[in-house]
Design a protein around this ligand. Structure first.
Ligand code: SF4
Ligand SMILES: [Zn+2]
Ligand SMILES: [Zn+2]
Length: 315
């Protein structure tokens, strides 16, 4: 196959777009795609300071790389989740990426934020599935880091496959409030929140993997060990089958939802303006935010277990 743009030998074939690209043209295509999404959805401008949440995986590092290449002002944010060797390797990868490119990076680790706050510990003590505990903690620390650092925007590396899988999950259960918030740009509902954006939302996992490979980005290939049982993967698998039978399905699913249906759910997002958490000061709909409620639950259960252990030892 020949490159659609310059007719040189194509290195990558994108079935969904019925196009092929040589390496330089593919990198240009990817960059332009991100730039257009940023401009079209008014995600941010060159004046904004963008906090990029990076996990060490290909999507978030590709996002950081492309934003730097486009001349945006960025800082990376890595949150250590405490998930064994996976977290160690992710942190090393992100730190090496930032160091080699002399990019600013903020690192926070859950275990340093309080005893028992690493994801596996929270999951065990509160009997939640790890991803539920992880999601609540990530949301809190991303919001807090963006606020504390006075950033204008928080960008995440969610790609088309993530968005299509999330949409499928939301549609299968008709979760109106989730559908209301499924957008590439979420405006802040409180002065302590910043705008949240997903510049890769229409680029597939395959496209970001090709970009990362061509740019020589070293990323963590292994998945988080908790991802294995995640329902998201089942949805991704189903969507991959549909995509193989009919290329362009994922793109149409997400794009047409945003164009034709998303606004129908907008009212469901109107939860009013949040107040402030009495504990941490971040926005909250109740007296304390869901993160502080989770921390309280961890503390209570840890104290209860410690008391039981002491009683057992004394008996
Ligand atoms: S798979 Fe679950 S536990 Fe692992 S990083 Fe993702 S949300 Fe967190
Ligand atoms: Zn070309
Ligand atoms: Zn709080």
């Amino acid at each position: 196959m020949k490159c659609t743009r310059c007719k040189a030998k194509a290195e990558v074939h994108l079935r969904a777009h019925n196009a092929g690209f040589c390496r330089p043209c593919y990198l240009g295509y990817f960059q332009r795609h991100v730039e257009r999404a940023v401009d079209r959805e008014k995600m941010f401008s060159k004046d904004d300071h963008i906090l990029v949440a990076v996990s060490g995986g290909k999507d978030s590092l590709a996002l950081w790389d492309v934003l730097v290449g486009l001349g945006y002002r960025t800082t990376g944010l890595y949150l250590g989740l405490g998930i064994g060797g996976y977290s160690d390797r992710s942190r090393e990868t992100v730190e090496a990426f930032a160091r080699n490119r002399e990019l600013p990076l903020v690192v926070r680790t859950l275990a340093d934020e309080g005893p028992g706050l690493a994801v596996p510990d929270v999951a065990a003590s509160t009997r939640r599935v790890p991803c539920a505990a992880c999601g609540a903690m990530k949301r809190h620390f991303f919001d807090a880091a963006a606020h504390e650092g006075s950033f204008d925007v928080l960008a995440t590396g969610h790609n088309l496959d993530d968005e299509a899988a999330r949409l499928l999950g939301n549609v299968l259960r008709w979760q109106r409030d989730h559908l209301a918030r499924q957008r590439p740009v979420l405006q802040p509902s409180h002065p302590k929140f910043v705008r949240k954006v997903k510049p890769l939302y229409l680029l597939s996992e395959y496209e970001t993997a090709v970009y990362a490979f061509m740019r020589g980005i070293e990323y963590v290939v292994e998945e988080c060990p908790n991802a294995e049982g995640a329902t998201q993967l089942v949805y991704k698998d189903a969507l991959n089958r549909l995509e193989a039978a009919s290329p362009g399905t994922k793109q149409a699913f997400v794009k047409e939802f945003l164009r034709n249906a998303q606004s129908l759910f907008a009212d469901d997002a109107a939860r009013g303006v949040p107040g402030e958490c009495q504990q941490c000061g971040m926005p909250a709909y109740g007296a304390i935010c869901s993160f502080c409620a989770l921390v309280r639950e961890v503390e209570t259960k840890r104290a209860r277990r410690a008391a039981a252990a002491a009683e057992h030892a004394g008996a």
